[in-house]
Design a protein around this ligand. Structure first.
Ligand SMILES: *Cc1c(COP(=O)(O)O)cnc(C)c1O
Length: 394
């Protein structure tokens, strides 16, 4: 009989450099592999399992839902989708409406379609250009690969859709705006680019300038959304009012979902956009429950307490291993340590896994932490003890 790795090698396209570990069960931020070895999870499935693994409330909600209906289609009313939209909009505090898809890239595709349709509103000038940042990451579809400003991502797959312009940084955006610009799309904390937060005053100044010029602000909150930075949305934390916001990763607690939300309510009409699976009973009931769990968790003060504990622990290893780390970066439960070079980072990630703690890479040289938001003090202590062991061996 072939084991999982053999089957994977034979039948799955090799687009991932997988570590040879196979997990079989989990509880909150703790995982077990096929050999019974225990791991503390500081990755939450790349920011997805926001309420931890095997969360009882989430599991109850989705099993109850799928024992009735999993999927019908967007040709009919879907109660949990309408409720999820209400929860997202009301928790965000923005006067917006939602469209449901299945992933971050699909949410960003929706954002770009809304911006471009808005850009054609007067039928004379075609405003289609979108400015993004050079260190950004917006997804893996042909269009979102092109929206991603990192040149290394554009080596294959062309010709790409036209109209993407890349700014070096926030201060470079204004000079790139012309009569054909419809939108600027940014992440408030660049995730894949290296856990790099934008400066709050610069973001506020950008938002103000764009409003004056009549250019839309799209905020890609696929990674920063759903309390990852401490507030429901990073846009709330930065005190801005974007025109379009995208969500995905943490929203479904592991069930695939993507959302684009906008204050441009009159732009999209019946037939302009759609998704077969988007916002079905399964994924939107998951989103409803994740939001309920995390709203309570935030209100109780526990999110803040555990975020502080987590960041103190990161700070401690940062100060202890000045031979390896050069800077602490990030906000809330989205934090990182810059490592002196890429090879050292690879060694740290492997050694951490061997020592029973899972961590991520971001950009070229950032050690990234995206723990479940519900990680406990015990799990934090245990994970950092293992990480300390790993680092002392580097
Ligand atoms: C992960 C991510 C995406 C892509 O999401 P997928 O669900 O993989 O399509 C887009 N933007 C940001 C900021 C992300 O972190």
């Amino acid at each position: 009989m072939m084991n999982t790795q053999d089957l994977d090698k034979k039948y799955v396209l090799p687009t991932y450099a997988r570590a040879d570990v196979e997990f079989v069960s989990g509880k909150n931020a703790t995982l077990k592999d096929v050999n019974g070895k225990k791991y503390i999870d500081f990755t939450s499935g790349i920011g997805v399992c926001s309420v931890g693994h095997a969360n009882e409330l989430l599991n109850t909600a989705i099993t109850e839902q799928i024992s009735n209906i999993t999927h019908i289609s967007n040709l009919y009313n879907i109660a949990p989708q309408a409720k999820a939209a209400q929860k997202i909009v009301e928790t965000s505090g923005y006067d917006m409406q939602c469209f449901f898809g299945n992933s971050g890239a699909e949410a960003n595709e929706g954002a770009l379609k809304i911006a471009r349709k808005w850009g054609e509103r007067d039928g004379k000038i075609k405003r289609y250009k979108v400015i993004t940042l050079k260190q950004s990451f917006h997804g893996r579809t042909i269009t979102t690969v092109k929206a991603t400003g990192q040149e290394a991502m554009h080596n294959y797959f062309g010709p790409f859709p036209d109209g993407f312009v890349y700014a070096d940084d926030m201060n470079h955006v204004e000079s790139l705006i012309d009569d054909h610009t419809c939108a600027v799309m940014i992440e408030l904390v660049q995730g894949e680019g290296g856990v790099q937060p934008q400066d709050k005053d610069e973001v506020k100044a950008l938002a103000k300038m764009l409003k004056e010029k009549g250019v839309l602000l799209i905020v890609d909150e696929v990674q920063t959304g759903i309390y990852r930075t401490g507030e429901f949305l990073a846009s709330n934390l930065y005190e801005i009012e974007p025109d379009i916001i995208t969500l995905a990763k943490g929203l479904g607690g592991g069930v695939p979902i993507g959302v684009v939300m906008t204050n441009l309510k009159g732009v999209m009409g019946a037939g302009d956009h759609g998704s077969t699976f988007g916002g079905n009973y399964l994924s939107s009931s998951a989103a409803c429950t994740v939001i309920d769990i995390l709203n309570d968790y935030k209100k109780s003060g526990d999110l803040e307490i555990n975020t502080l504990l987590f960041n103190k622990a990161v700070e401690k290893i940062y100060k202890k291993y000045t031979n390896l780390f050069t800077q602490k970066v990030g906000i809330g439960m989205m934090c990182g340590l810059r490592v002196k070079d890429a090879d050292t980072l690879a060694a740290i990630i492997n050694s951490a896994r061997e020592n029973g703690v899972m961590v991520l890479r971001a950009g070229r040289n950032t050690l990234r932490f995206l723990p479940p938001l519900t990680i406990t003090k015990e799990e934090i202590d245990e994970g950092f003890k293992s990480l300390d062991n790993a680092l002392s061996s580097i």
